[in-house]
Design a protein around this ligand. Structure first.
Ligand code: SF4
Length: 165
């Protein structure tokens, strides 16, 4: 009798997690935070032409304590890295990271033998959930990255995938 009660508790908890993940996926709150040219594309994604609001991720927050998504848009210099890490640490759990553009993914065009000023990939500072290649990626690519993150959270794709021509 005791074990049956335990099992039903677990099943209810799993359903609740699914429901919470659905809510989280459809209301991501990115942090207002940009480092270099890729951030201009990120801003364009939030503006009327691309309208990130259609996907529930337009509420850019000015404080890491109110955000659950960090979009690393731009070059992370070694001088800047401790501040970026502090912002990540100040975000509450659960939280997710998108590395937008080649600089955030690997250091991009600033990597050459002997370079000492650029972090060669933000993954060296904290875990990354989705990467969006490009220099810079277009706003549509950022939207696709957000859809990929939503899919990672819920296990299902909410919007049809558009094949490139
Ligand atoms: S990936 Fe290209 S566009 Fe983006 S921040 Fe680096 S240099 Fe600028």
């Amino acid at each position: 009798m005791e074990s049956q009660a335990d099992t039903s508790q677990i099943v209810r908890f799993a359903k609740l997690t699914e429901l919470l993940d659905l809510g989280r996926a459809n209301s991501l709150w990115p942090m207002t935070f940009g480092l270099a040219c890729c951030a201009i594309e990120m801003m364009a994604a939030g503006a009327s032409r691309f309208d990130l609001a259609r996907f529930g991720a337009e509420v850019f927050r000015p404080s890491p304590r109110q955000a659950d998504l960090m979009i690393v848009a731009g070059t992370v210099n070694r001088k800047m890295a401790p501040m970026v890490k502090t912002l990540y640490d100040q975000m509450l759990e659960p939280k997710w990271v998108i590395a937008m553009g080649n600089c955030a993914i690997s250091g991009g065009p600033f990597v050459y033998p002997g370079q000492y000023s650029v972090v060669e990939g933000v993954e060296k500072l904290f875990p990354v959930d989705v990467v969006i290649p490009g220099c810079p990626p277009r706003p549509e690519a950022l939207i696709e990255g957000i859809l990929a993150l939503e899919e990672k959270l819920t296990g299902t794709r909410r919007w049809p995938r558009v094949e490139s021509r």
